[in-house]
Write a protein that binds this ligand. Structure first.
Ligand code: SF4
Ligand code: SF4
Length: 445
């Protein structure tokens, strides 16, 4: 195909060639980085998305040649380290993604660089700890321990200790840990697996296994309980998998692909058993859904089990709107919501679902939904790290300004961490409300 300015075809994504030894060849990686950075330097469309691109363009502009060949290879890592794989450059900006002949996939190139760094043993211990979300969550949510952890996280002495030991920024918001986890609250629902009957609608079976996610399990279990209340109100029985491991997204963002595989091997058989028994899977965090819908299928394209789960995992609002299309969504809303400033999370946008959350909230009478489609800059761990916190606050500022401008009755995001980060940026003592919580309020449940 001849090279041309921009692609007219829909973007496609190549499999991630992570088991090929060439993937970890540093010389080959640097050649590819130089090729791609040169295209980006000539384009610069992505300058406002994150800090990776300003970092790259500053390096080029301050080099002796004012071209990519003037940038020291060691400085390439400064671009890589600022990428948190939100995927927005690939999905919303780049005209050179496959099938264009330039074959540019900036996020997956950053992922390859992170994987090389990880294989070389140059990843910080701090980053390994912060990305071990299930292990940290299990420890911090132990009865008794959670109270101690929350108190420590709120004291200036505790924050100083966190700053010194883990490089956590003293002003970053740290979530609370709950001993009464979401999985504990839903434990009795496991026994429903044998007898629950769902009413199918379109591609949905009408019975749902909730992948609770590390964050919702220990940090915001209420959002998961809101999902259960809303789905059960709509006649959808809920269960949970007998066991659950982190989806692997935090390890993917670290380039630790072997651990991603280990997590996949633990989750997929359990989820597959549910899917084979007629259960659909839903997860209340867009990044976790994206992991099963996109990243794992690209890492394991030949694994039929992974491909099967990809077909049967849904975003909660995607699920409810699919059922609405077939007349299976209750619209007996009792409570108007007024103005809602709704932040569409990057990892939900890149799933290409359309604006399902906005569409559903807009069905509620006397409710005006103002959508904000900008990255919040949270990324799970980017916002809490000492060296990146200021950048994440810079990225969230336009989102915060939009929320202020709308003077909403409620604000929130599909990503609960993004919602909390926006609340942190507002600095007015307010708290976000997750769209699932808003739906529960609207139903009067
Ligand atoms: S994936 Fe997101 S964070 Fe990474 S370079 Fe693209 S826009 Fe920036
Ligand atoms: S990722 Fe694509 S759109 Fe963004 S700066 Fe590079 S070439 Fe341009």
């Amino acid at each position: 195909m001849p090279a041309r300015e921009g692609s007219l075809e829909a973007p496609t994504r190549h499999r991630l060639d992570w088991t090929n030894p060439k993937f970890y060849d540093e010389e080959d990686l640097f050649q590819e980085l130089e090729r791609v950075f040169d295209i980006c330097h000539g384009c610069r469309r992505c300058v406002s998305l994150c800090q990776s691109f300003p970092e790259l363009f500053d390096l080029v502009d301050e080099s002796s040649t004012m071209e990519v060949d003037g940038v020291a290879k060691a400085d390439y890592w400064r671009v890589v380290d600022h990428c948190y794989l939100c995927d927005l450059c690939f999905m919303t900006k780049c005209p050179y993604v496959p099938p264009h002949a330039w074959n540019l996939d900036f996020p997956h190139l950053m992922l390859r660089a992170k994987a090389v760094k990880f294989k070389q043993g140059r990843t910080r211990i701090r980053d390994k700890i912060l990305s071990s979300t299930d292990a940290v969550g299990a420890l911090a949510s132990l009865p008794g321990v959670s109270t101690l952890v929350n108190a420590t996280n709120q004291s200036s002495l505790g924050r100083k200790a966190l700053e010194v030991t883990l490089g956590v920024h003293p002003e970053a918001r740290i979530p609370e840990y709950h001993a009464n986890t979401l999985r504990k609250q839903l434990a009795t629902k496991v026994s429903r697996q044998a007898r629950a009957v769902g009413e199918g609608a379109g591609p949905t079976t009408g019975k749902v296994a909730l992948f609770t996610t590390c964050y919702n399990n220990v940090n915001e279990p209420d959002v998961g309980m809101d999902l259960v209340a809303v789905f059960e109100h709509n006649g959808i029985p809920i269960t949970i998998p007998v066991k659950e491991k982190c989806c692997g997204m935090p390890k993917l963002e670290l380039g630790d692909l072997d651990t991603v595989k280990a997590h996949m091997e633990e989750n997929i058989p359990v989820l597959l058993q549910l899917v084979d028994a007629g259960w659909d899977i839903v997860a209340p965090i867009p990044s976790c859904v994206l992991m099963f819908k996109q990243e794992l299928p690209l890492m394991f394209p030949e694994d039929a089990r992974v491909q099967k789960i990809r077909e049967r995992i849904y975003d909660p609002f995607e699920y409810l709107m699919l059922r609405h299309k077939h007349g299976k969504l209750r619209t007996d809303f009792k409570q108007p919501l007024g103005t809602v400033a709704y932040h569409a999370a990057c990892h939900q946008r890149v799933q290409n679902l359309g604006q399902k959350t906005r569409e559903l909230l807009a069905l509620i009478p006397d409710t005006k939904v103002e959508i904000i489609e900008r990255c919040s800059g949270h990324d799970g761990t980017y916002a809490v790290k000492k060296e990146y916190h200021a950048y994440s606050m810079k990225i969230v500022t336009p989102v915060v300004n939009k929320v202020r401008q709308f003077k909403p009755d409620y604000y929130g995001s599909d990503c609960p961490m993004a919602g909390q980060h926006i609340g942190h940026g507002l600095k007015d003592g307010s708290s976000p409300k997750h769209p699932l919580t808003l739906l529960r309020i609207a139903y009067g449940l």
